[in-house]
Design a protein around this ligand. Structure first.
Ligand code: ATP
Ligand code: MG
Length: 440
């Protein structure tokens, strides 16, 4: 992508409304634009990161055996009356009436809709386990939307829903998502800690929040230092091995970890002082096992091996990709801007021409641009005639992992400069080695 063709509305000034670094950097880097309170447009740079994050989430959900669907954003109030949540959900739900006077709502979550899909098709334990997920916009009329996409009213969510014949198999379904979440957050460059959590309006009795430690986090969290050294299962993890999954979950739930709502002073006081991490955290994912809470009222029944009908056991599993982007920035930035982990960077490489119009410079840049793209890299090519200082500041601000800088003198001498964004390390190399260096 040539910068001259790319819509990248960088802000020079720090926006006054941004209280935390991720919000400030997302606005300054031209990633998002506020449309109304708690509602944002993702501009091209932001959309690219959102797509990268969603692709990782999708791969890990699919690997764990979940099936992607896409449910509507507007739901019928009748389903929520059936589950009993229409009245209890309260003011966070945006209620709408259509032209025929029918009550509708903008979905804050999808347990009802997905359970309705399930009960329309599935009758037998032989069709289980089943996990259906989608990545869709949600609306929750938060009292205090703030911090940009961290706590917005309209936000993207990946929500998955598992269906199983009994509690034991539902726990395995829970473990699958637990492990998929560990992998997802690690691939996004984050260290997420699962913490026992309150179930809130989703309900149920088993629940974990996945928390990123960050000083700007909204929750107070307490955990054992051991978490910082635990190993996340690699891609070869077997999602059909119930015992293996249970073992991983056990490892990741044994050291003490709790948010303030679930915090237990007595257990905490038994943790040695040097192992205590009391910090603030950002909730990026939340998983629930709620048994038959929805299947009973909605009559989602399945026939078991004994021929008897029972309500199906359910769980739900959420990740907020839009919030996740803000969390990644909170965890990875410096005084000059964002430092993207490679896996979610909007482009792999920033190619900076120091003098567009100079014949040698243009020729060298065009060649590198073509070769890098041919090698499969996404390149943002700054082909604009602007001041050197502004070019460098913008490149650092948008945080692409690698910069390739070509000036007229270097181009004549057959050289380019490489800068690694995370370390600031620079080196001058032959033009012919650029692709190999970027691939290394
Ligand atoms: P919170 O406690 O932060 O209000 P929640 O517990 O209500 O979140 P869940 O219902 O567990 O949220 O939603 C699943 C995921 O969706 C969360 O872990 C989070 O990543 C994301 N999410 C929830 N609310 C918001 C929001 N207002 N803005 C952005 N992302 C959100
Ligand atoms: Mg939650």
């Amino acid at each position: 992508m040539r910068l001259s063709r790319f819509f990248l509305p960088i802000l020079k000034e720090n926006p006054k409304e941004a209280e935390i670094v991720s919000h400030r950097l997302m606005l300054r880097a031209g990633m998002i634009r506020q449309q109304a309170a708690g509602s944002y447009t993702f501009l091209p740079l932001g959309k690219r990161v959102l797509d990268k994050v969603c692709a990782i989430i999708r791969e890990e959900q699919n690997r764990a055996g979940a099936n992607e669907i896409l449910m509507p954003t507007i739901q019928s109030a009748d389903l929520w009356r059936e589950s009993g949540r229409y009245d209890s959900y309260g003011k966070e739900m945006l209620r709408i009436e259509d032209r025929h006077g029918r009550d509708m709502l903008y979905g804050p979550t999808n347990e009802e809709v997905v359970t309705d899909i399930f009960r329309s098709y599935v009758r037998s334990y032989k069709d289980l386990p089943l996990n259906l997920y989608h990545i869709q916009w949600k609306f929750r009329d938060e009292v205090r939307p703030r911090f940009g996409v961290m706590r917005s009213r309209e936000f993207l969510m990946k929500d998955a829903y598992s269906f199983d014949i009994d509690q034991a198999s539902a726990e395995t379904a829970y473990h699958r998502m637990f492990v998929a979440y560990l992998r997802t957050f690690q691939r996004c460059g984050l260290q997420a800690i699962p913490m026992r959590a309150d179930t809130g309006p989703i309900g149920g009795d088993l629940s974990h929040e996945f928390i990123i430690l960050a000083s700007t986090g909204e929750s107070e969290v307490f955990c054992h230092r051991d978490f910082l050294g635990l190993k996340v299962p690699d891609a070869s993890v077997d999602f059909s091995d119930a015992a293996g999954l249970a073992e991983v979950v056990k490892t990741w739930t044994t050291p003490y970890a709790a948010t303030d709502e679930m915090h237990d002073e007595a257990t905490w006081s038994a943790v040695p002082a040097e192992d205590k991490v009391a910090a603030r955290g950002i909730e990026v994912g939340h998983i629930f096992y709620f048994g038959t809470k929805y299947s009973e009222p909605l009559k989602a029944l399945v026939t078991g091996p004994d021929g008897k009908e029972t309500p199906v056991h359910g769980g739900s599993y959420g990740i907020g990709p839009s919030r996740l982007i803000a969390a990644i920035i909170e965890a990875s930035h410096d005084e000059n801007g964002i430092v993207w982990p490679k896996s979610v960077a909007p482009f792999d490489v920033g190619l900076v021409s120091m003098k567009p119009g100079d014949a040698d410079c243009d020729a060298a840049c065009e060649t590198i641009y073509r070769e890098l793209e041919a090698a499969g890299f996404d390149v943002l090519y700054d082909d604009q005639d602007t001041r050197a200082g502004a070019k460098f500041a913008s490149m650092d601000l948008i945080g692409l992992p690698m910069q390739v800088i070509v000036g007229p003198r270097g181009a004549k001498a057959g050289e380019a400069e490489i800068k690694v964004r995370a370390t600031g390390e620079r080196e001058t190399i032959p033009l012919a080695s650029v692709v190999a260096r970027v691939s290394a």
